[in-house]
Design a protein. Structure first.
Length: 467
């Protein structure tokens, strides 16, 4: 029987991001995908600023920025005429701690190609065409059975296999949720003529249905997204997609020169009742299903992987098993909040902008967040650690904090000596953090904050396996 430390089921953005994080930590991990190739569609096309920071750390931000573009403004059409232009986002001024101030648009298939290339660069790979048919776990590991009759024994399994997750069903974990919109939707990637690529074009109808055509940055394609009348039965054949475009717009069916991918869905918000059962974890759409409005689903999913990766690696290296309990504690609460947010955007109750960029996602209430100062400043334990320019000295070069954070290590700001191997130390914290000493987790959040580096810090490091 084949063995591995971690088996990741599903090679979407979640599984690929987790595979990258584990590979750079030297963890023996296998990534399997039921399909014969990476997902071909544009579905999750928005990369929020916080996810851009994650991609910076994982070593793919340059490729993502080169292949993406800013979100265009919306142009509304009626009866073949342009009737109004509006911004897709609430504008706000980013601060010095935010190097990536705005969402970027990039089709999901391209994001996955970039992540896959990075995984391969780190020595990882994806086994395509491998369908999981069952699993059984005991105190020491998980036996995962495949359709081809083979079995893999893993110490831990991560189900990142989408909204219809077979891993979730095998665990018997339910999902609690609601229908966000009673209308059916169609989404498709296509090429067309007769429409500029400056705007995200919207074609509303009198009955409340609407069709949008959004130019996909870095490609020659548009994404079609249509909310159809309630009671409609979507048809995603190429001819029907062409007819759909012609019905809502001033374009003719033959102006749609190619339909590359199409799918239908009904917007739903649902949260798995549990994110962990024993040695098996759920991440991404397997754990939470969002409306695509507001661009929260893919981003929340990548952050699941980013939260789980360092914890799995630490436990495999000897950290207390209890560290893994904090994955569900931290991520399920945040996923619930993001589900509420994406549903609010879909229903027009929340505007895209400051609320949706995910820079405010944090873990102040987590058992991993220890704040020992009597008068904390603006940055506290559990908060995202903002970027800043910091001075250096003869021992430690200064520079951009995110450059110093990049990698699988912990970082201690405001101390002259490293308390443990594997902790990078900077003699002072930026003024923007406020007074104190800050221990930054591998995923860019403040784990511990204190007046000085004390015995409390040593106890914290013991608890997370930094020895």
């Amino acid at each position: 029987m084949e063995t591995t430390d971690v088996l990741i089921v599903g090679a979407g953005p979640t599984g690929l991001a987790l595979g990258i994080d584990l590979a750079r930590r030297g963890v023996a991990a296998q990534l399997v995908e039921r399909a014969d190739a990476l997902f071909p569609g544009s579905r999750g096309k928005g990369i929020q600023p916080r996810t851009q920071e994650v991609f910076d750390d994982l070593g793919v931000i340059d490729a993502v920025l080169a292949s993406s573009g800013p979100y265009p403004d919306r142009m509304v059409w009626r009866d073949g005429e342009r009737v109004g232009e509006e911004s897709m986002f609430e504008r706000f001024e980013p601060d010095a701690g935010t190097p990536y101030p705005a969402p970027r648009m990039i089709p999901q298939w391209r994001t996955q190609e970039i992540l896959y290339a990075r995984l391969t660069e780190l020595g990882g790979k994806v086994a395509f065409g491998r369908e999981v048919t069952g699993l059984a776990q005991d105190a020491d590991g998980v036996d995962v059975a495949f359709a081809d009759g083979t079995t893999v024994r893993a110490r831990y399994v991560v189900g990142a296999d989408g909204g219809r997750s077979g891993i979730r069903r095998a665990l018997g974990v339910g999902m609690t949720g609601e229908t966000v919109d009673p209308a059916p939707f169609v989404v498709a990637d296509l090429r067309l003529r007769g429409l500029d690529r400056v705007y995200w074009h919207a074609f509303p109808a009198a009955d409340g249905s609407v069709l949008g055509l959004c130019p996909l940055a870095g490609t020659e394609e548009f994404q079609l997204a249509a909310r159809l009348p309630e009671g409609s039965e979507p048809d995603v054949s190429a001819d029907s997609v062409r007819e759909l475009a012609a019905r809502y717009t001033h374009l003719a069916a033959e102006d749609v020169t190619e339909v590359r991918w199409a799918s239908e869905f009904r917007p739903r918000a649902a949260l798995a009742d549990r994110f962990r059962v024993g040695r098996v974890f759920l991440a991404g759409d397997a754990a939470h299903v969002h409306s695509p409005a507001g661009g929260q689903g893919l981003n929340t999913s990548v952050q699941d992987a980013y939260n789980l990766g360092w914890k799995l690696a630490a436990v495999l290296e000897g950290a207390p098993e209890s560290l893994l309990e904090t994955y569900e504690e931290e991520r399920r609460a945040n996923a619930a909040a993001m589900l509420e947010l994406s549903t609010g955007v879909h229903r027009g109750e929340v505007q895209r902008g400051r609320a949706t960029v995910q820079l405010g996602v944090g873990y102040r209430d987590s058992s991993l967040s220890t704040e020992t100062r009597t008068d904390p400043g603006p940055v506290r334990a559990g908060d995202r650690a903002p970027d800043a320019e910091v001075p250096g000295d003869t021992e430690v070069p200064g520079g951009r904090l995110f450059d110093l954070f990049r990698g699988p290590h912990w970082t201690l700001l405001g101390a002259t000596a490293a308390p443990r191997a594997g902790v990078r130390t900077l003699p002072s914290a930026p003024e923007s953090y406020g007074p104190g000493v800050f221990l930054i987790r591998p995923d860019g959040y403040v784990g511990w904050a204190g007046e000085t580096a004390t015995e409390d810090l040593a106890a914290y490091l013991d608890g997370v396996g930094v020895r």
